[in-house]
Design a binder for this molecule. Structure first.
Ligand code: NAI
Length: 287
């Protein structure tokens, strides 16, 4: 993939990992629209791009990715102001917590509306035109180690549900998108320095609970030892270039992954293989 002169759209692009990805794509010579729900983040991001003399290749836009109508309008704005889309990064996400029994519809709708719904909105609004221009393209969904570990990370069931969904989406969509010259990768980050724990400030009005607020996630702090988002951005550039299925940032959770896959395999019933049945199912399996 050649990046220079091409265009990208990054959700949650004004902070943390999204900002790191946007920065790396701009360094590759792309023009990038950064979409974010938080104006302060957009302003700070634009100040950073101005300091680097790159602000002319970044277009900020205020967007709640879970809002279908707003997303459609922003996609139209992208086509008008920026042009053809080559790289779509579905990254906006939130680490909201809460115990399973306490979660309300609004809690579920917020988390899944942003992480799954926002990603779906990206595909529905951008993919047809991305295929039609014929220059090829790439999609990155930001998942999380929470989707591939056992035991999962402490956090929230909404989080792991959303992150597992966008990972599965990549694994499945990869096959039919390839026929249209579109690559797709799952970014699976470990701990990265970001504003992820300020997430209560990005909760849209329509998803707020009345009365009591669902218990916030235990007060967590981002640690200076966590990875620099700029470094994640560089890994994503390489992942896009090589059309990697998974873009991991850390190898430190290998044991948790091994545990998950061992548990899966150990749970299979004891049976003899049936090659004829297997052959009959081939039409359902991609390779
Ligand atoms: P961050 O909070 O610094 O960045 C997320 C950005 O998304 C913020 O600017 C926020 O305003 C924006 N956002 C939130 N809700 C939005 C909405 N409805 N519409 C549009 N924008 C919205 O956090 P971070 O860590 O950079 O998060 C980026 C992605 O990476 C998320 O999907 C997160 O779950 C994921 N992730 C982060 C890890 C970490 O250690 N920081 C680890 C694994 C995954």
């Amino acid at each position: 993939t050649e990046f220079a002169g091409k265009n990208a759209f990054v959700t949650g692009g004004a902070s943390g990992i999204g900002m790191g990805i946007a920065s790396a794509l701009v360094r590759q010579g792309m023009t990038v629209m950064i979409a974010d729900i938080w104006q302060d983040h957009l302003d700070q991001a634009m100040e950073a791009f101005e300091r680097r003399g790159e602000a002319n290749r970044v277009v900020p836009v205020l967007l709640d990715v879970s809002d279908r109508e707003a997303y459609e309008a922003v996609a139209a704005e992208f086509a008008e102001k920026v042009g053809k889309l080559h790289v779509l990064v579905n990254n906006a996400g939130l680490g909201a917590g809460g115990r399973t029994k306490d979660l309300t519809y609004k809690d579920w709708d917020w988390s899944l509306g942003v992480m799954i719904g926002g990603t779906v909105n990206g595909l529905v609004n951008f993919l047809p035109a991305m295929i039609a221009h014929g220059e090829g393209g790439h999609i990155v969904n930001t998942s999380s180690m929470a989707a591939v570990l056992q035991p999962v990370m402490k956090g929230g069931v909404t989080y792991t549900t959303g992150k597992a969904a966008v990972l599965g989406m990549v694994e499945q969509a990869r096959y039919d998108l390839a026929e249209d010259n579109i690559g797709i990768s799952a970014l699976v980050p470990g701990p990265v320095r970001s504003n992820i724990f300020q997430i209560h400030r990005t909760r849209p009005e329509r998803y707020r609970n009345e009365g009591i607020e669902t218990a916030p996630r235990r007060q967590a702090q981002v640690d200076p030892r966590w990875m620099d988002p700029e470094q994640v951005g560089e890994l994503v550039v390489r992942g896009i270039r090589e059309n990697q299925l998974y873009i991991f940032t850390h190898s430190m959770f290998r044991r948790g992954m091994q545990e998950k896959f061992s548990k899966l395999l150990a749970s299979l019933p004891e049976q003899d293989d049936d090659p004829e049945l297997m052959a009959s199912l081939e039409m359902f399996l991609s390779n």
